[in-house]
Design a protein around this ligand. Structure first.
Ligand code: PLP
Length: 477
């Protein structure tokens, strides 16, 4: 082999997301150890896919309850008047909602479907918070009659609610969604009334002026995966200032401040350097930011604090197990895993070949909507004693954009290898698409280590259930 010195090519791009990032060329900087995930809560990963198939969503009850307990402790120890609502849209599998309910979380819903699901799961109206920019009239009427707390999003909805409560015998409690600048970009101005231009104050004045309504809550939800606890300090101060203004102008005390969700999970966005445990502040930092502001008030004046955290609670409790179905690329390890030296590797780059090994999985972005934003951690289920190599993880859809990780160091994998993708418990299952494939089963690993099916794998009948064949077409076949 030639010993010529090859000048390293230094690209100007430093992020891992850059296609030719320098970090992808330094074979020797990678170390040779790749962490594996053999089991989830004591159950071997291999056994799970043998029993329930692949791909497979796996939820850990232990992790979910652990997150709930820690968040509760973080807030209640600092501010006892805290209550929590489960953001259904983050994950509305019945089993997950039931666990959160056992932990003391009421329901936070954003659509007629979610409202009906919460009622069916046994939540009473008083234990449901109803958010979202579109609450169809029929469900709004039902929710008002059943005593749910409507957090009003816009003037049209306020008009409709005033119409619906005009014969109410007692004032109906409602909340107002407010958008404000907490220093986070982009500002989520799609939802609610603007604080800065006085709109929120005017909406409050109108609700207070209506004898059939009681302004119970001021609500804001500043975004998701917010990495700066300080943003919550600002949001709390701004909502409190509005509450003060309402008190002095209309002599009305707003009982509850609802700061929404948005706390991050231990995950990384593309281009971020980890580990996530070091980048993402702990929940206690958020609790400090919010409760330090509230605790400055005299005890009698402190509002009820409400939170609607989704991602933070459930993301890490969820895994997707998926199987390697094909290995692609010039560098795939077909002959011998140890044949290629770093020098060979560099030479291949110099001649311009894509240095990455491609792995195709049996799942894709149809099941992993959040892979567009987050670098999912991917671990094999066995020890592989070969250095990790620059790799790309493809999904199985017939679409070029179906790439789960464009750039990741993986040791040489074989077809049949099971990988665990994590954290995927928030949003992925509820946003999954049926496109060309059956959606997989989901299981829950109970705290005693037993595995339970909580959603069956789809079959053809599930997919076709709502299709209808016009008689004239049916007759011909
Ligand atoms: C989605 C949503 C939440 C939950 O957000 P996370 O970032 O997952 O915590 C809370 N409140 C409202 C109004 C939402 O739309």
């Amino acid at each position: 082999m030639s010993q010529l010195y090859l000048q390293p090519i230094i690209s100007g791009e430093l992020g891992r997301s850059a296609p030719n990032a320098a970090v992808d060329r330094n074979h020797f900087a990678r170390g040779s150890h790749t962490p594996a995930l053999f089991e989830i809560d004591g159950v071997p990963v291999q056994k799970l896919t043998e029993e329930f198939g692949s791909p497979l969503f796996v939820f850990s009850e232990h992790t979910l309850r652990g997150k709930a307990r820690r968040a509760r402790e973080a807030f209640k120890s600092r501010y006892p008047k805290t209550s929590f609502a489960w953001s259904f849209k983050t994950n509305y599998l019945g089993a997950i909602c039931r666990i959160m309910r056992e932990e003391g979380w009421i329901a936070e819903v954003v659509s007629d479907f979610e409202y009906q699901k919460a009622r069916k799961l046994g939540y009473e109206g008083k234990d449901i918070i109803f958010n979202g920019p579109h609450k169809p009239k029929a469900i709004l009427e039902q929710a008002l009659a059943e005593g749910a707390l409507i957090q009003i999003d816009n003037w049209d909805e306020l008009n409709l609610i005033e119409e619906l409560v005009k014969n109410a015998k007692h004032p109906v409690s409602v909340g107002l969604r407010v958008w404000l600048d907490a220093g986070i970009r982009p500002v989520w101005s799609k939802f609610g009334f603007s604080l800065a231009n006085g709109e929120a104050g005017r909406a409050a004045e109108r609700v207070i002026g209506n004898p059939h309504l009681n302004l119970h809550t001021l609500h804001t939800h500043i975004g998701t995966y917010i990495l700066t606890p300080e943003a919550y300090r600002v949001a709390t101060q701004k909502l409190l200032a509005l509450r003060d203004h309402i008190h002095s102008a209309y002599d009305h005390v707003v009982e509850c401040l609802n700061l929404g969700g948005g706390f991050p999970s231990y995950s990384l966005l593309h281009g971020m350097a980890g580990p996530a445990e070091q980048v993402v502040p702990p929940i206690e930092a958020y609790a400090d930011a919010i409760t330090e502001v509230l605790n400055r008030l005299p005890a009698k004046k402190r509002p009820l604090l409400r939170l609607e955290s989704g991602r933070h609670m459930v993301d890490e409790a969820g895994y997707l197990l998926s199987t390697v179905v094909a290995v692609k690329g010039m560098n795939r390890h077909v002959v011998s895993e140890s044949d290629m030296t770093g020098r060979d590797y560099k030479e291949q780059i110099v001649v311009g070949e894509d240095p990455k090994i491609g792995y195709v999985l049996d799942s894709g972005v149809n099941l992993l909507y959040t892979a567009a934003w987050y670098q999912l951690s991917i671990k094999p289920a066995r020890i592989i004693n070969s250095p990790p190599m620059p790799s790309r993880i493809y999904g199985c859809l017939c679409m070029a954009i179906d790439v789960i990780r464009d750039s990741i160091d993986m040791p040489p994998l074989k077809t049949g290898d099971i990988l665990s993708l994590h954290p995927v418990g928030a949003y992925n299952l509820v946003q999954s698409m049926q496109f060309i494939a059956y959606r997989p089963a989901a299981i829950l690993i109970a705290e005693d280590g037993t595995a339970h099916l909580i959603r069956a794998r789809e079959v053809l009948d599930d997919v076709e259930r709502s299709e209808r064949t016009p008689a004239y077409l049916a007759a011909k076949s």
